[in-house]
Structures are given as structure tokens and as C-alpha cells.
Design a binder for this molecule. Structure first.
Ligand code: ADP
Ligand code: MG
Length: 433
């Protein structure tokens, strides 16, 4: 096959299609209100390249107008089903007949394409990426062959030329492959990003599991020792009671470590509620303590009661990430201080460590996804923390000096329940989570 077939017009047609796909994902990702209407948006943005491809075709000969209009038509119908297919067919036929005049063959060919594709679309959207790629390529190829057969049998003058073979049978499946690949790739990326908070949580949960199991082993070893002692038949009642007291105390401790951990690990709800920061911060300290013990980090807390509005699970995750970073900044042990204060209408929580600190660049890039200076870091912890704080209308400030330590100051608007009313800013927070 000669490369003369790939000319400017082909590239123009490709450009229209790819730009519209990118435009869809740009709008879908950035304009929240459009999320609800994503099918309508996709259909509209597939209608645009249909018109552009036909207006600026690859070539026109005496039998037909050649362009890549069937690609957006197929994409729209496969991803959008019947309504999208019918709407795009109408757009295609009107453009064809307005720009180039009525042609019965065109009508038949595109009705066949849309009907067959729409029938298949229900199954198509349930497939995984590999099968979507394969089936869209095969579908495009089969439709090219079937419609050419219809054209040849319906029309006496229709001739299949080399150019027709290339532009109508060979090129569309190739373009379709890349278009579907692009859509699936961008869709997957958006999906992963929206689940990043969950992914980060899973990462933290699995890291904590190791330190928690270590921490539970200690009370269990103590319990085992006392149970051995209890076997002695000559023990006095008093001694027995004392040993049993120790056994129960150690078991309670193990139980509380496990239940704290399970409460954190369970899937988050989206509920927005008043959060008692003293209680929650203490909870987080208890969850993180085993990790701190493993690195000889001493946690000191000076927490005063205060209430903020937000989602408890996200709040916990946020402070867990901040404290975990502080502990990781203290590889040889040190001090981690957690201080809170309530001033005017603000609740302030400070997380201070005397660890490795951060350079100017690190401070500037704090909260940036995937930015990590650690060998096994995900670079997501600080991003999740910053996002959660923003959602709660709070603010995070980083002060850090290399080799001296880091102070993270988080400021939230206080939730004032006594007034029985929400501060207007908090009302907004209520809607955004
Ligand atoms: P990760 O912990 O997986 O590296 P984060 O997003 O939690 O990702 O943190 C990003 C980077 O910010 C870390 O790699 C670290 O260099 C820096 N950092 C965050 N908190 C601290 C801290 N308390 N002290 C020193 N560096 C920190
Ligand atoms: Mg981290």
C-alpha cells in the first residue's frame, strides 16, 4: 500500500476526532456540572467531528465523498447507545444532504451502520479494555465490508477503487483502534485519580497492619505468661486474682488496638458531621502509636476540646497521613508534638516534629500528587491531607527547616453548635463533601 494515501486531509480528519475526544475529557474532568450530562456531552462532541470531517473531506470522486465521519459516529453509538446513535445519524444525514445533496445510498449505508452498532453497544460497554479494542476494530472492519457490499449491489455504477479500499475498509479500523485506546486510557486515568483517596488509604492500612500486629503480640505474650503461672495449683486466691487482673488488662489493650485499627480500616462514608477534634486526634494518635514505637518516636499531645464540621473518616485519614509523615521524618527517633488550640472562630491543630525537615522545593511542592522524596513513598499522603482540609474550608501551612524539623499548622473554622446554626461557610462545607 502506497503512503500517498496518508495526506493532509487524512491528518485533518484525525485531528478533528482526537481534539473532540480530548475536549470531552477536559470538560468532563474540569466542569463538575457537566458530569451528570456526560452522555449528552459526548454525543455533542462526536457530532462536531462528523460535521467537520464531511465539510473538509479526504477526497470527493464521482461515486462518493470520502472522510472519517464513521469513526465519531461509531464511537458515539458504541459508548452512548441508541439515543446517541440516532442523534448522530440525523446530524450526519442533514450535513451530507445540505453540503453534497441527497443520496439514497448514503441513507441506507449509515442507517445500517447505526442500527447494527446500536444493537451491539449494550454489550460493548460491559467489556474490558482489551475486548473493547478488539471488538471495535472488528466491528468497523465488518461494517466497512457489509456496507461496501450493499453499495455495490444497490448501485450499478459504484466501483471499488484502491483509494476506496484504503479509506473505507483499511484505515477506519486502525483509527478506531487508537480512538478507543485513547478513550479507555483517559477514562481509566480519571477513574484512578478519583479513587486516589481510597488507594492511599489502602496503602496506609497495609503499612499500619505490620506495626499493629507487632503491637498486639506484646500483650498476648504477657497474657501467655500469666496463664502459665495460673496453672500452678498452689496459688493463693489473692495471687490468682492479681494474675487474672493483668490478663484482662492486657487483653483489653490488645482489643482496643485492634478495634481502633478496624474502625479506621473500614470503608469511609460520605457523611458530614460535627467532629470532636480532641477525641478524634487522640484516636489517630492511638492508631499511629505502634508505628511511632517502632521508630522510637515519642508522641506528646496537648489537645484542647474543639469541634469542626466534616467527614470523620477523612479527618482521621488526613491527620494520620500528617503524623505518619512526621514519624517518617524521624528515622532515628525523636519528638512528635500535637498541639491544638481554639481561637475566636478557629480551631488550630499543629503537628510538630524535630526530624529531617524540608527544603524550599519540598515545601513548594508539598501536596503535589506523586511528589515523594522517599524510596518507597507514594507521594499521595500530603495531597489527600491538603484536599481533605480544603473540602472542610480549612487551611494547611507548612513551616520547615532542613535538619531541624517541620511544623504543619492546620486551621479549620470552628463549628459552633450552641448557636444552633451553621456558620455560612460551614454550610458550604456541608454541600461539598
Ligand atoms: P510520601 O510520604 O509517600 O513520600 P507525602 O505526600 O505524604 O508522600 O509526602 C510528600 C513528601 O513531603 C515526602 O516525601 C517528604 O519529603 C515531605 N514531607 C512531608 N511531611 C514531612 C515532614 N513532616 N518532614 C519532612 N518531610 C516531609
Ligand atoms: Mg506520606
Amino acid at each position: 500500500m502506497d503512503f500517498i494515501y496518508i495526506n493532509n486531509n487524512v491528518l485533518d480528519n484525525l485531528f478533528y476526532i482526537l481534539v473532540c475526544i480530548f475536549m470531552f475529557f477536559f470538560l468532563f474532568d474540569n466542569v463538575k456540572r457537566l458530569k451528570k450530562f456526560h452522555k449528552l456531552l459526548f454525543t455533542t462532541l462526536m457530532g462536531l467531528p462528523i460535521i467537520l470531517c464531511m465539510k473538509f473531506p479526504i477526497y470527493i470522486d464521482e461515486y462518493c465523498v470520502h472522510d472519517l465521519r464513521q469513526i465519531p459516529l461509531l464511537l458515539g453509538t458504541l459508548y452512548g447507545g441508541w439515543p446517541a446513535g440516532v442523534a448522530l445519524l440525523v446530524v450526519l444525514l442533514i450535513t451530507r444532504f445540505v453540503v453534497y445533496g441527497f443520496n439514497f445510498l448514503t441513507l441506507v449505508v449509515y442507517v445500517v451502520i447505526v442500527v447494527l452498532t446500536a444493537i451491539y453497544s449494550g454489550r460493548f460497554i460491559t467489556l474490558n479494555k482489551k475486548h473493547k479494542l478488539l471488538s471495535s476494530v472488528l466491528l468497523t472492519l465488518c461494517l466497512g465490508i457489509v456496507t461496501s457490499y450493499i453499495a455495490v449491489t444497490m448501485s450499478d455504477y459504484f466501483v471499488i477503487t484502491d483509494a476506496y479500499m484504503f479509506y473505507f475498509i483499511i484505515l477506519p479500523p486502525i483509527v478506531m483502534f487508537f480512538a478507543v485506546h485513547l478513550i479507555e486510557f483517559l477514562n481509566g486515568t480519571i477513574h484512578i485519580r478519583s479513587n486516589i483517596v481510597k488507594l492511599e488509604k489502602m496503602e496506609v492500612v497495609s503499612q499500619l497492619a505490620a506495626s499493629i500486629s507487632h503491637e498486639v503480640r506484646n500483650p498476648l505474650t504477657v497474657v501467655k505468661g500469666f496463664v502459665e503461672l495460673l496453672k500452678d495449683p498452689e496459688l493463693s486466691q489473692e495471687q490468682k486474682e492479681e494474675y487474672i487482673y493483668h490478663v484482662v488488662r492486657e487483653l483489653n489493650q490488645a482489643e482496643s488496638i485492634i478495634s481502633e485499627y478496624l474502625a479506621f480500616a473500614k470503608p469511609a462514608t460520605e457523611k458530614v458531621e460535627p467532629i470532636l477534634i480532641d477525641r478524634e486526634i487522640r484516636n489517630v494518635v492511638e492508631i499511629i502509636r505502634p508505628l511511632a514505637n517502632m521508630s522510637s518516636v515519642n508522641i506528646m499531645e496537648k489537645i484542647v476540646p474543639g469541634t469542626v464540621l466534616g467527614n470523620t473518616n477523612y479527618f482521621r485519614q488526613c491527620f494520620l497521613n500528617l503524623m505518619k509523615n512526621a514519624i517518617e521524618a524521624l528515622p532515628n527517633g525523636g519528638e512528635l508534638m500535637i498541639v491544638s488550640a481554639v481561637e475566636k472562630n478557629k480551631v488550630i491543630i499543629k503537628i510538630i516534629d524535630n526530624g529531617v525537615g524540608m527544603s524550599k522545593e519540598q515545601i513548594n511542592r508539598y501536596g503535589e500528587p506523586y511528589y515523594s522524596c522517599k524510596e518507597k513513598g507514594t507521594g499521595l499522603g500530603s495531597m489527600v491531607a491538603v484536599k481533605t482540609i480544603q473540602t472542610m474550608n480549612g487551611k494547611l501551612d507548612v513551616q520547615s527547616i532542613p535538619n531541624e524539623g517541620t511544623k504543619i499548622t492546620v486551621t479549620f473554622p470552628a463549628y459552633i453548635s450552641e448557636l444552633g446554626d451553621f456558620n455560612p461557610k460551614l454550610k458550604q462545607a456541608n454541600n461539598t463533601i
